[in-house]
Ligand binder design. Structure first.
Ligand code: HMG
Ligand code: MG
Length: 297
């Protein structure tokens, strides 16, 4: 197992994109700033998608312009097309994430495009990013199941991950959007992708809908992955994947990793404090078991 894992904190994006109530811009900024002080090295700050599709993050430009960026932290943002790229660059974004899926049905509902059309849409974005020195991450959704199509063939996951990597994504995050995967399947999926894309360019992104996320992460760590996406207090879900719950809680991942002797650079107490603050702000129960155990202890 790798001695060092980079957590990609996706709470400000994956977490907040699915909130029913509008979260104040100032709270979004405070969330990112608090996370920046925990030792995290990657924080997905917001999303420059269409506000018609995700009104929750319509204030992406204000949020990004308002955060206090630290030199040692990367702040990727989601970008679906050139329009999103231009909005992001106008406020100084230096890393973006493009996103598509291994299932046609999900992709149509999430970004209104076929898989191939989405890849074509990304080509000019990646070309501009290369020219501008902007780093690009890529997401593949529905890698272990689709809410509309059901089973997703491994070959489709591998094809899309390979395409994103070949286009210039420095890292491809494999997303179990609806959290249906189990450890054996998660590991087999990762290994199939790693046969075509270097393991060092892969990340895993587990939603915890079926309670399998930590077990899936452990299976993938054993297979060699070293980058794990997670969401503070377990916030989130995808508005176009009905019933999908939040990502695995970052606090729970950090606790597990430190228990395994794997370093993350993250201060668990500071992270848990941020999770507690966020849950209170959103009026939710803290979705992190570690956060709740620390409160009880
Ligand atoms: P569309 O309707 O096909 O595109 O949406 P369009 O070009 O016709 O645009 C519609 C309107 O939006 C137009 O405005 C555009 O200007 C505007 P109008 O002319 O009607 O006034 N528009 C934009 N405005 C601001 N920023 C933009 C932008 N683009 C268009 N970037 C589109 C296509 C891709 C834009 C849309 O489907 C979309 O934004 N989808 C995003 C859905 C989303 O954010 N889903 C959640 C993120 S993915 C996820 O959570 C999964 C992940 O976590 C991994 C996992 O868990 O699996 C990453
Ligand atoms: Mg997600």
């Amino acid at each position: 197992m790798t001695p060092d894992v980079r957590i990609v904190e996706v709470g400000p994006r994956d977490g907040l994109q699915n909130e029913r109530a509008m979260v104040a811009t100032a709270d979004k900024i405070e969330l990112v700033d608090r996370l920046s002080a925990t030792g995290l090295r990657s924080i997905e700050a917001t999303s420059f998608v269409s506000p018609k599709w995700v009104p929750q993050l319509a204030d992406a430009a204000e949020v990004f312009a308002g955060i206090r960026r630290r030199a040692e932290v990367r702040y990727p943002v989601l970008v679906p097309n050139e329009k999103g790229y231009e909005r992001a660059r106008a406020v100084g974004v230096e890393e973006i994430a493009v996103f598509t899926a291994a299932s046609e049905a999900f992709n149509q509902r999430n970004i209104n495009a076929s898989i191939d059309a989405s890849l074509e849409r990304f080509a000019p974005v990646l070309a501009r990013a290369r020219e501008d020195g902007v780093s690009v991450r890529g997401y593949v959704s529905t890698v272990l199941g689709c809410p509309y199509q059901g089973e997703v063939p491994l070959a489709d996951v591998v094809r899309v991950a390979r395409a994103l990597h070949a286009m210039g994504c420095y890292e491809v995050s494999l997303g179990d959007t609806i959290g249906v995967g189990t450890p054996g399947k998660a590991r087999a999926m990762l290994e199939a992708v790693a046969a075509e894309v270097p393991m060092s360019a892969l990340a895993v992104h587990f939603h915890d809908t079926w309670g399998q996320a930590l077990a899936n992460i452990l299976a993938c760590l054993e297979a060699g992955v070293a980058v794990v996406d997670a969401s503070v207090s377990g916030a989130g879900g995808c508005p176009y994947a009905k019933g999908a719950s939040g990502n695995v809680a970052s606090e729970d991942v950090v606790y597990m990793l430190h228990g395994l002797g794997v370093s993350t650079g993250v201060d668990l107490d500071a992270l848990a404090e941020t999770g507690r603050w966020l849950a209170a702000r959103l009026g939710h129960e803290n979705g992190s078991k570690v956060g709740r155990a620390l409160d009880a202890g």
